[in-house]
Design a protein around this ligand. Structure first.
Ligand SMILES: NC(=O)c1ccc[n+]([C@@H]2O[C@H](COP(=O)([O-])OP(=O)(O)OC[C@H]3O[C@@H](n4cnc5c(N)ncnc54)[C@H](O)[C@@H]3O)[C@@H](O)[C@H]2O)c1
Length: 400
């Protein structure tokens, strides 16, 4: 198993390709987006991730990493394509179109004995579905190739480190598939351990991890609303409660964003709407938080005509540029609906976002009457005095 093809060169696929090339594999990165392939072929990267640019140049110079928009044969195929969700007539469903199209592309070039590793986060039984697509479209029998689901657990901002040091769940559809996938991860992992299981358990494991966090944050967000009513500080409350040796409450915020925690619980709910009542309630609680914050801010400024609100932070987590499912963008939308004039400061994005004027911090504070702190970006932590020069609503406890 020497040559690896990676389908999808985004936040997950690109660092994975680089890490595999560093581990000695010959890696062919493939993306359907020609622009991404072009950028990578000029030695630049299209995402913000510390150390990734340097690591890319090292791997490309070694001759083991190439990029193309044409998928050719390989020993192993990694699928790292998006798995968003969509809403239709009030029903939320996983959008598996990218995963299905990746499987069809692999079916055209796969050979007997090859291994397919699905890294994208997927609803239960997707690995089985992918296997069937490859079987039907390649002419191979299921026993002629191997397939495993190995969900990715890295956190943006620490990708290169976590790819080597996090434990890996390796879910083979067969024992042989699990063993083959294990052999590859063994070459990459430094501190991380391999946990072998079946594909269905691996699918549910990834969804369970993120759903656990979503429910925990929903509890914190609910506490923040109750604390507002009581007039006490939710951050102090949680820090005191967490002194208990068996309590670990996460932090409240402006909601929950990103393509993982805000998405994955829906993959369970979609298939088990009767059973997943707690999961559903947590999703609703987190999704309603931007509206709650917008109402609080509106009440604080309603006596000032034409008040300008600066939303400090538009990405979904601190110190990244990723805007997917960002609750701060939802907050801007809610504030605009209430008639407020909204500007923003998102230092990791160098353009306006969804029509919201994106300004450097100093200018945003100068122009605003009131700010809402939605993220602990380092640049905000370093400029607390500047932020405190105007009244603010602090969703994340930055100013403590
Ligand atoms: N980003 C994270 O922090 C993270 C963490 C854990 C798991 N995941 C999961 O990993 C998967 C990928 O996420 P991401 O953040 O890397 O997405 P992304 O949008 O950053 O990248 C996906 C890439 O796949 C490409 N693509 C789409 N269809 C393709 C196809 N058929 N063949 C080749 N390329 C194709 C897109 O052009 C894009 O560049 C998702 O399932 C996500 O939930 C992401």
């Amino acid at each position: 198993m020497k040559k690896i093809a990676i389908l999808g060169l985004g936040y997950i696929g690109l660092p994975t390709a680089i890490t595999l090339a560093d581990a000695g594999f010959v890696v062919a990165g493939f993306d359907t987006n020609q622009e991404i392939v072009n950028i990578l072929n000029t030695g630049r990267i299209h995402i913000v991730e510390p150390g990734l640019g340097e690591a890319l140049n090292r791997s490309v110079s070694s001759g083991r990493l190439t990029f193309s928009n044409e998928l050719t044969g390989a020993d192993v195929f990694y699928i790292a394509v998006p798995t968003p969700f969509y809403s239709e007539m009030g029903r939320i469903s996983a959008d598996l179109s990218y995963v299905k199209s990746a499987a069809s592309m692999i079916a055209k070039v796969i050979k007997e004995g090859n291994l397919v590793i699905l890294e994208s986060t997927v609803p239960p039984r997707t690995t089985e579905m992918i296997s069937k697509i490859i079987e039907e479209e390649s002419g191979l029998r299921e026993q002629d190739f191997c397939i495993a689901h190995c969900p990715e657990r890295v956190i943006p901002g620490h990708m290169l480190e976590e790819l080597k040091n996090n434990d890996r769940i390796v879910g083979g559809r067969t024992k042989k598939a699990g063993e083959m996938a294990k052999e590859i991860y063994e070459k990459v992992l430094v501190k991380g351990k391999i946990r072998l299981t079946d594909d269905l358990t691996a699918e549910m494991c990834k969804l369970t991890e993120n759903t656990f966090r979503d429910i925990n944050i929903a509890f914190a967000n609910e506490l923040s609303i109750i604390c507002d009513e009581l007039g006490i500080d939710v951050f102090e409350l949680i820090s005191l409660a967490n002194c208990h040796p068996r309590v670990n409450i996460l932090n409240p915020g402006v909601g929950v964003g990103g393509h993982c925690i805000a998405v994955d619980p829906w993959f369970i709910y979609e298939q088990f709407p009767e059973e997943a009542k707690l999961i559903y309630a947590a999703r609703l609680r987190n999704d309603s938080k931007p509206k709650y914050v917008a109402d609080c801010v509106f009440n604080a400024v309603k006596d000032k005509k034409d008040a300008v609100i600066a939303v400090l932070g538009l990405s979904y987590k601190p110190d990244v540029d990723d805007l997917r499912e960002s609750p701060s963008i939802e907050l801007c939308h809610e504030l605009t609906q209430l008639g407020c004039k909204v500007i923003a400061c998102e230092p990791f994005v160098d353009s306006d976002v969804n029509g919201i004027l994106n300004l450097p911090l100093e200018e945003a504070i100068r122009r605003c009457d009131y700010s809402v702190i939605t993220l602990k970006h380092t640049v905000f932590s370093e400029n607390k005095d500047l932020i405190a020069s105007k009244p603010y609503y602090d969703c994340v406890g930055l100013m403590k």
